[in-house]
Design a binder for this molecule. Structure first.
Ligand code: HEC
Length: 107
């Protein structure tokens, strides 16, 4: 059996489309990377509750790590790739560490 010429063209077109679209998907953009650390924090940690929750805390790195792993493992904040979650952790340690003036309004 010989495929009709038109049908054969359709198959080729389908293959070309498939190859093109899969290479586009393979290069899927890492949208999180476009956000600054503070934007990332404001967006991600605002998903389920106000960022007032973390902002009213002054914690050292160890305790922020605990909060973050609690959010990831127990509260369902598991959609962010690790390397970006690490940026949020560094941001929190830097800006909401124990030496920061707890009375200063950041809201
Ligand atoms: C998927 C939902 C979700 C996301 C996203 C989320 N949280 Fe939470 N978070 C919760 C829930 C639910 C609670 C309340 C837990 C409780 O009552 O013990 C909470 C509570 C908190 C608290 C209060 C202290 C505590 O442990 O109860 C802090 C601080 C906190 N979150 C920080 C963060 C930070 C920082 C981020 C961003 C990395 C974040 N959260 C993202 C669900 C989320």
């Amino acid at each position: 059996m010989r495929l009709g010429r038109r049908y054969g063209m359709k198959v080729w077109f389908g293959i070309v489309l498939f190859v093109l679209s899969s290479s586009v998907l393979a290069q899927a953009k890492d949208y999180w990377a476009d956000l600054s650390d503070v934007e990332l924090f404001e967006m991600v940690c605002n998903t389920c509750h106000s960022t007032a929750l973390p902002k009213q805390q002054r914690l050292n790195r160890e305790h922020w790590e605990w909060v973050i792993s609690d959010m990831i493992n127990d509260q369902g904040c598991n959609f962010l790739p690790d390397k970006h979650m690490q940026r949020i952790l560094d941001y929190l340690v830097e800006n909401y560490g124990p030496n920061r003036d707890a009375g200063r309004s950041k809201y």
